[in-house]
Design a protein around this ligand. Structure first.
Ligand code: SF4
Length: 394
């Protein structure tokens, strides 16, 4: 790897106490998260060890710093090591040691070099002149300058991607999304409140391994993370299909882990991989913890998803009516069918959950084994080539 330190990623990781096996396991896991075939895990490992670390500028505007928090508390220490090994985080107001002119210079130097990644957290206030000013420059100016010559923009969280909470009515700051201010640079929107750090890691790995962002939907969200509806992969789905719903917070259904649709869950109209990737080191996610999905990764959140505790068909929306209603009607029909068709919901639920868990475990094991096999084959081939060469010299 032609990094500034002249050391490959694997060498830097070895120096930090991360062994090769852990690195390969990480590559296999991230390949699985990206929904890529396991055969590509060795390519990912090779690419991460061969590319230059990109300069990364992390900008914060109208936000709560929740995405920075998610990033800093990513899955486990070795992943944090990996991230720090893969990128050169040149500017991040919350975590950088430099301040004042030195910090501004670090950012400007990274921009001058070009080919950098810009990570944006928070929406851009356009209704209040001079708001979010840093070093005498407004948020809008800082953003425009930072993306000049950039290789890509990663919007972390719903605020930078769609406007988010600051843009909710009546939007007193005139908050807009990043793509309303700048254009002409490839964008990946990693929505959610906050972003899932594992999805951020996977997107960066894809960028480094394949020279660009993963395939995305019409909202520029990577399909590997936003290609499936939460409702379709939810662990409570068996209860939905069986017509078993929590009706009140703390009632028997709620205590038994039944479906939260009637308590306002927005999972049927939300696309995200929360049920499989989860948060806090894969520990849990809101629906598993007993609260309905609030639809935070969708456009026009929060306006289109509140009131949070109303059922979907009753959600008042100004710009999302058709979709919400259509889904709501579909949900009602499915619910009725569920009541009529299934009397043995628990059995269904257990079977579905067990099948999904087994599939996920099988996939992860398959990816890891494939990576190790490819590594071993490469090692044997290198040894054979070396033996041949030695023989020729003799
Ligand atoms: S309505 Fe919500 S809790 Fe129920 S199955 Fe769908 S996503 Fe899960």
């Amino acid at each position: 790897m032609a990094s500034e330190s002249g050391r490959s990623l694997s060498a830097r990781l070895a120096g930090a106490g991360v062994d090769r096996r852990s690195f390969l396991r990480f590559c296999a896991g991230v390949t699985a998260t990206l929904a890529l075939p396991p055969q590509l895990a060795p390519k990912v490992a090779y690419a991460l060890d061969s590319v230059d670390r990109p300069n990364v500028i992390w900008l914060e505007f109208q936000d709560c710093a929740g995405d920075s928090e998610a990033f800093l508390r990513s899955r486990n220490p070795s992943v944090a090591d990996l991230i720090l090994g893969m990128i050169s985080l040149d500017y991040h107001e919350t975590v950088m040691a430099a301040a004042g002119a030195a910090a501004e210079k670090a950012r400007d130097d990274a921009v001058a070099a070009g080919g950098h990644l810009v990570v944006v957290e928070g929406s851009i206030p356009t209704g209040i002149p001079g708001s979010c000013t840093i070093g005498g420059r407004s948020a809008e100016d800082i953003l425009r300058a930072a993306v000049r010559g950039a290789a890509g923009i990663i919007n972390v969280g719903t605020c930078s991607a769609f406007g988010g909470i600051p843009a909710a009515g009546p939007n007193p700051t005139g908050a807009v999304r990043v793509e309303d201010v700048v254009s002409g640079v490839e964008v990946a929107n990693l929505t959610g409140c906050p972003v899932n750090a594992d999805n951020l890691t996977a997107t960066i790995v894809h960028f480094l391994s394949f020279g660009g962002f993963p395939a995305r939907d019409r909202f520029s969200r990577p399909l590997f993370a936003y290609g499936e509806r939460i409702h379709d992969t939810c662990q409570r789905r068996g209860h939905f299909d069986a017509g078993q719903f929590a009706e009140q917070w703390g009632d028997e259904g709620h205590r038994k882990g039944w479906c939260l649709y009637r308590l306002g869950c927005k999972g049927p109209s939300t696309f995200h991989n929360c049920p499989s990737v989860r948060f806090n080191g894969g520990t849990s996610w809101p629906v598993a913890a007993g609260h309905g999905c609030v639809g935070c990764s969708e456009p026009n959140f929060w306006d289109t998803m509140s009131p949070f505790y109303d059922r979907l068909p009753h959600v008042a929306t100004s710009r999302f009516d058709l979709t919400a209603d259509q889904i709501g009607v579909g949900v009602l029909a499915a619910t009725a069918t569920g009541f009529a068709a299934h009397g043995v919901g628990k059995v269904v639920q257990h079977k579905v959950a067990a099948r999904r868990e087994k599939q996920a475990a099988d996939r992860a094991a398959e990816h890891a084994e494939e990576a190790e096999r490819a590594e071993e084959a490469a090692r044997q081939s290198a040894t054979a080539a070396s033996d041949t060469q030695t023989g020729e010299v003799k």
